[in-house]
Design a protein around this ligand. Sequence first.
Ligand SMILES: [Zn+2]
Ligand SMILES: [Zn+2]
Length: 394
Amino acid sequence: MTAKRDAVFVHSDQSLSYKFSENHPFNQFRLTLTIDLLKKIDALKDSDMAPPRMASDEELELVHDSAYVEAVKKASKGLLTPDAGEGYGIGTEDTPMFDGMHEASAFLVGGTLTAADLVMQDKANHALHLGGGLHHGFRGKASGFCIYNDSSVAIKYLQEKYKARVLYVDTDAHHGDGVQWSFYDDPDVCTYSIHETGRYLFPGTGNVNERGHGKGYGYSFNIPLDAFTEDESWLEAYETSLWEVADFFKPDVILTQNGADSHYFDPLTHLSATMEIYKRIPKLAHKIAHEYCDGRWIAVGGGGYDIWRVVPRAWSYVWLEMTENSHFSGALPESWLNYWQPKAPIQLPTTWEDAKDIYPPIPRKPEIEEKNRITVDKALYPLRQNKKSREPSA
Ligand SMILES: [Zn+2]
Ligand SMILES: [Zn+2]
């Protein structure tokens, strides 16, 4: 019997086959850049890694309609007409068809299932699958670069195979809509999403009043932040609210989606965060895992469209936190910079942290902070009311 490991990194280069086109913003090459950065600081060894497997049709259909899976398979072979694709959200500008798209997508789901099994079978406390995090995938429709929803499938799998109560935590700049709607009426799954308000950003949902439906009412939490939110306010909202949600739900396992697109540099969103949030996001997740879940923590990737300057550092922080190797600070390794700078279309950062002046001051800062506080209060209001009514009166 092998000893339980602290953390396993689920990956194989086959994950890079999830590729729409050369110029599509969703670019898994960021995985290569991240892994190389971790290897160059000696924080990731081959022995830390495990290969993903492919999800079976039966597993995909834990969440997805079989007709949709069939359509993706057809598209995968170039046999789906554009007309037929339209109804399934495939062949759009965001989510074009590509050869082998079924296999590539099922493989990303399988990676998250591999991570789930490692953690639930006590082979590791924590498992990271950065190829996953495709949170916009719906039951019968692709959306926002996502074909199959690996997190939704994994949560259903965790419920059926391990009878686990799952807390899903989504820190991507976009609302984690696909996962939320998959479990909207289920009180045994708690979904939490902190994101840029949907007022100007895809997918438009994630309002604070989306709290669940039927028996699932009260188990869906949304923290929509104002555009241009900066580190302090982002972290205040996250650290206050997630702790209270975890304490309320008391999960068996936590699944975190680590989209890295809230950074000021991200070309698709309008938040003004820096590396500071990416250092602290996994710290709280880690703490919750040990406090409530006997260590059980599965983490996936997600969005992140500044693949050179943001994603490699942000995702490295998740692994460094999992392996309690969080003393990395200051200069990035020269070997990484020397190798990648000549290939990069942009000047790479040279340090782990961002300089204070990467963006000009935000004039509405106090207003934004106040608005975000009100949003957190609204989101947590039912929890706090409940707690009050359970406290003995003096
Ligand atoms: Zn995103
Ligand atoms: Zn740990």
